[in-house]
Design a binder for this molecule. Structure first.
Ligand SMILES: CC(C)(COP(=O)(O)OP(=O)(O)OC[C@H]1O[C@@H](n2cnc3c(N)ncnc32)[C@H](O)[C@@H]1OP(=O)(O)O)[C@@H](O)C(=O)NCCC(=O)NCCS
Length: 219
């Protein structure tokens, strides 16, 4: 196990869930990190864990071994913050809480495999992804960088999902389907055909609803 002090970037629901799970394992999160402009509006502590500014985190990291994991659920922000960490040579921490990660699968730096998730044989999950609670990823599947799979998403075998994608609550992706980059799959969608880049789809069967021009899921 790494001895680096673990920090979480963000103070939302995923951040709190991860901190709680770690505290139950007696492997505490050292702090929540937010950007300096939000510090004034944030509590000093959440769950008795200090909330510090990104600048303070960067300073701590100059003389202490640390890792930080981005907890946000919007792919565009995951990418932005991950690139910021890389540009400053800060180490992104990978968090594996899932039920099963096959030994022949790989997970990129900064990715969270949340509680109850399953990553089957010969899968590749990119960097800084959020694979949420009870996601099932079928064998031989590939998830691109910064992509977010919401709770209870089910992905069949040999599926490919590109970079910066968001898959909503409980969506099902048929085996061998290829989904491009910057795609939003709405909650409950049943994806039976390949999906082109930069679109929003939902429904059963999933259909293209519009272009993903805003690159934002949550308004
Ligand atoms: C697909 C999605 C991004 C579309 O968001 P949006 O563009 O803001 O859409 P709106 O909420 O304005 O809804 C527009 C219409 O689409 C319908 N709609 C929205 N999402 C839908 C979905 N997933 N399936 C079927 N219909 C949907 C709405 O009912 C509405 O229909 P109406 O015009 O007849 O009233 C969003 O609905 C969604 O599914 N987000 C993911 C939520 C989620 O999984 N959160 C996870 C939290 S961890």
């Amino acid at each position: 196990m790494s001895t680096a002090a673990k920090y979480i970037y963000g103070i939302g629901g995923v951040a709190r869930e991860i901190a709680d799970i770690f505290s139950r394992m007696n492997d505490n999160i050292a702090g929540f990190v937010i950007d300096a402009e939000y510090i004034a509006d944030s509590p000093a502590k959440i769950m008795n864990i200090p909330v510090i500014s990104f600048d303070d985190y960067a300073e701590i990291s100059r003389h202490t071994q640390t890792s930080i994991t981005v907890s946000l659920g919007e792919p565009v922000y995951r990418k932005m913050l991950s690139e910021k960490l890389t540009s400053r040579n800060l180490i992104e921490g990978t968090i594996i809480l899932g039920d099963y990660l096959a030994s022949d699968s790989s997970v990129g730096a900064g990715t969270i495999l949340h509680a109850g998730s399953v990553v089957s044989s010969k899968c590749s999950v990119g960097k800084s992804c959020l694979i949420n609670k009870r996601v099932i990823l079928g064998h031989d599947s590939t998830i691109g960088n910064y992509s977010v799979l919401s709770p209870n998403v089910t992905v069949g075998g040999h599926v490919s999902i590109g970079n910066n994608c968001f898959v909503g609550l409980g969506a099902c992706i048929r085996d061998r389907v290829k989904i491009g980059y910057d795609v939003i799959v709405g909650m409950g969608a049943v994806v039976t055909r390949d999906i082109e880049d930069e679109v929003v789809v939902y429904g059963n069967p999933a259909r293209i609803i519009r272009r993903n021009e805003m690159h934002k899921v949550f308004r």
